[in-house]
Design a protein around this ligand. Structure first.
Ligand code: ZN
Length: 408
């Protein structure tokens, strides 16, 4: 059962009315950015901001996460809303008057807006407790930027924090450029890539450069592997389910007349489907080991899994698009024409629970989204206006999903 126009208008109005306090919270977070899995200042700000909301709050063991469960007035299933909390090792040059006070650390990916936005969504939902049949799990997550905090929170039970497995999960990511002001964007299926890395070590036998027959030269073998990897991605995979392999570093040797003992390749691998992500490590390993063996050498392949593919459930993406339009008008939704090659660890949640992860424009009004500094830039400026759209959408998703369950 879709949310009534009255409920949607109420969410819009309340999200706008609470913007000054939410923006103040965001600025407080922005001033004290922290990196990684241990974010004590950020965690304390979250705990203080939630203190008056009558939630069941717990904190992480291996990381400084905060999980809060909001109980509706009536029983029902649970849904999850997520905001990541960590910053980046960037020296801020945004010109904001609430600029970072931590030297060399900046909320350059806008996760300060995700934290403040999730608190704002919690306020919207707490004020509507009587209309909620079920529970909402609020997942405040450290360590998105490479540390896999989402995976650790899942291991510590966030998906079952309400006493049962959540039936849906939603998250948003702000963007300081690319999307015009006021727009929300996403796509069904693959939204973001998986990002793996590997190190290939070709083991040879060192010797004199004048007598390669008395050695086992790892350099031509490494060179053959570099080219064979590029042939593999074009010949072994569907052009519409591509693989991107980049050898970013080749390390071998010391001088012109010495054959080195070994050569090392450092590689990033991007994939866009779970099926390809599953098979690519074995294929790369076989390729590298076989080329080395063909020349009488050996190769060691250390394949390191990064974040998996971020996949939106098509029904939940439809729900997200519909609610965006109902809340903010037809022009507020843009379907993404293709996935982004970046990776995101909310993918671990979406592997287990159907849901959606979409981008909310935080491009400041009047700024050209095509040329504005993008996320991770020291100059990135994220507009507080995203703190109306993001929280209203997250709250609407929870209400709409739980309303669906109650209507069944
Ligand atoms: Zn981010």
């Amino acid at each position: 059962m879709p949310l009534s126009e009255q409920i949607l208008a109420g969410l819009r109005a309340d999200a706008s009315a609470q913007l000054p306090q939410v923006a103040e919270l965001r600025h407080a977070l922005h001033r004290v950015p922290e990196i990684g899995l241990d974010l004590p200042l950020t965690q304390q700000i979250v705990l203080d901001a939630l203190a008056d909301l009558d939630l069941e709050v717990s904190t992480g063991t291996a990381l400084s996460s905060v999980t809060a469960v909001l109980r509706g007035a009536r029983p029902g299933p649970a849904v999850l809303l997520r905001g990541d909390m960590d910053a980046l090792p960037v020296t801020e040059d945004s010109g904001e008057d609430f600029t970072s006070e931590h030297v060399g650390v900046m909320h350059a990916c806008g996760h300060d807006l995700h934290v403040a936005g999730l608190v704002a969504a919690a306020r919207l939902l707490a004020a509507r407790r009587d209309e909620i049949a079920g529970s909402v799990v609020l997942m405040f997550q450290p360590g998105e930027e490479g540390d896999g905090g989402a995976e650790q929170m899942i291991a510590e039970g966030v998906l079952d924090a309400a006493g049962e497995r959540v039936v849906a999960a939603y998250g948003v990511h702000v963007a300081s450029a690319l999307l015009p002001t006021g727009v929300v964007s996403g796509r069904a299926g693959t939204e973001m890539a998986a990002a793996d890395s590997l190190r290939v070590t070709v083991h040879g036998k060192g010797g004199h450069g004048s007598a390669p027959h008395r050695a086992l030269d790892p350099v031509p073998v490494a060179a053959e592997i570099v080219l064979a990897l590029q042939a593999m991605v074009t010949r072994r995979f569907d052009a519409f389910d591509p693989v991107v392999v980049t050898v970013g570093a080749i390390l071998a040797g010391t001088t012109n007349n010495v054959i080195p003992e070994q050569a090392e390749l450092q590689v990033t691998v991007r994939t866009f489907s779970h099926a390809t992500w599953e098979v690519v490590p074995a294929m790369i390993t076989t390729l590298c080991e076989s080329i080395a063996a063909a020349h009488g050498l050996t190769a060691t392949v250390d394949y390191l899994r990064g974040y998996p593919v971020t996949v939106n459930d098509s029904d939940e993406l439809d729900r997200t698009a519909r609610l965006t339009r109902e809340l903010f008008g037809e022009q507020a939704w843009q379907t993404m024409p293709q996935p982004l090659a970046g990776a995101e660890d909310f993918s671990y949640v979406l592997e287990q629970v159907p849901g959606s992860f979409v981008f909310v424009s935080a491009t400041p009004a009047g700024v050209d989204a095509r040329t504005a500094p993008y996320n991770h830039s020291a100059q990135a400026v994220f507009s507080d206006d995203a703190l109306v759209i993001g929280p209203a959408l997250l709250a609407a998703l929870a209400l709409d999903r739980l309303g669906d369950a109650a209507a069944r």
